[in-house]
Design a protein around this ligand. Structure first.
Ligand code: NAP
Length: 300
């Protein structure tokens, strides 16, 4: 750690005061950090200025205000529009980019920052603005660990702050993996709600059971993770053949009840391919081979 910016009073700059940027700046202020802000539409800073933030007249002035700048704008294009012309101002400072993007964009931005002598962390926010400042707000960071450690205390004002690795692309990859889990769980829950709804069970009645299932399945993940990492998928609980028979029931029930069967058909198509490739006697985690294929096509 070449610098210590860990005190509660460490100054911080926030560029971008949309829904998320305003929440970020507000939490820094509440945590006692002298906070400088800048936004293309300056009026959005008014409530923050009333709480004690300083509105910088230019982006360059905002960057010069301290060792750490958080940027949170619509996309990377907007980020470069703002800071590329004044990148030299970042020399010796650290930029934490909480703008959503891809791992490729994150790695390119890491190189861009390195060429300008700046520290750079790419981040992902797994939360809505109202959760910022609570433990439920998970913020992922990737990039040089020394950059993270230098500013960890300041960043922790925002929620549960996690460092995921030196590769700048990792936060974005965790971000989309997490969103994939979110959409898969939500789609499965909605599909179940539609099925039970046909039988007159309302969503509120069905949902505690759905929560039990999500929590229960989550408990299996560490054991399956060991299988993925070892490359061996013994059927300690149930074979893929057994799972597939139940998948057929889900498809049949859906079609019989007039409920959309696309989701269970997709689930079964993946399992069928894996069985055709000879994995029917293995455990569920053997399906990883289907996800490892670039285009999902049968390869033998
Ligand atoms: P938002 O409310 O639409 O705000 C967008 C911000 O970007 C505003 O400050 C806007 O400035 C600025 N901006 C856009 N284009 C610009 C440009 N060309 N030049 C200068 N400034 C520009 O969006 P948000 O919800 O705050 O989201 C910001 C980022 O956080 C996104 O990458 C989003 O994916 C990510 N995120 C958001 C959430 C969420 O729940 N909201 C959750 C996780 C991640 P003006 O005010 O002048 O328009």
């Amino acid at each position: 750690m070449d610098n210590d910016f860990t005190s509660q009073a460490a100054p911080v700059t926030v560029i971008g005061l949309g829904l998320m940027g305003r929440a970020l700046a507000g939490e820094f202020l509440r945590a006692g950090h002298p906070t400088t802000v800048w936004n293309r539409t300056p009026a959005k800073a008014d409530p923050l200025v009333a709480e004690g933030a300083r509105l910088a007249p230019t982006v360059a002035d905002a960057l010069r205000a301290g060792p750490l700048t958080i940027i949170c704008v619509t996309d990377y294009r907007a980020m470069y529009e703002l800071i590329d012309p004044i990148g030299a101002e970042l020399r010796g400072r650290t930029l934490v980019n909480l703008t959503s993007g891809t791992s490729t964009q994150a790695r390119e931005a890491g190189e861009w920052a390195q060429q300008r002598g700046a520290g750079y962390l790419d981040g992902a926010i797994m939360a809505i603005p109202s959760a910022i400042g609570t433990d439920e707000a998970v913020l992922l960071h990737s990039g040089p660990q020394s950059d993270f450690e230098s500013h960890r205390t300041t960043l922790e004002s925002l929620g549960t702050v996690t460092y995921v690795g030196a590769d700048h692309g990792l936060a974005s990859l965790y971000d989309v993996a997490g969103l994939g889990i979110m959409w898969s769980v939500l789609n499965a829950w909605l599909h179940g709600a539609a099925l039970l709804g046909v039988a007159g069970v309302d969503a509120a009645t069905y949902t505690p059971f759905a929560q039990q299932m999500v929590t229960g399945v989550a408990q299996w993940l560490p054991g399956y993770a060991e299988q993925l990492d070892s490359g061996s998928y013994p059927a300690d609980d149930a074979t893929l053949d057994t799972h597939t028979a139940s998948m057929s029931h889900l498809i049949e029930e859906s079609e019989a009840q007039g409920v959309n069967a696309e989701l269970p058909k997709l689930i079964k198509a993946l399992a069928d391919r894996s069985i055709r490739a000879g994995h029917g006697g293995e455990g569920y985690a053997a399906l990883i081979k289907e996800f490892g294929k670039a285009n999902g096509a049968d390869q033998g």
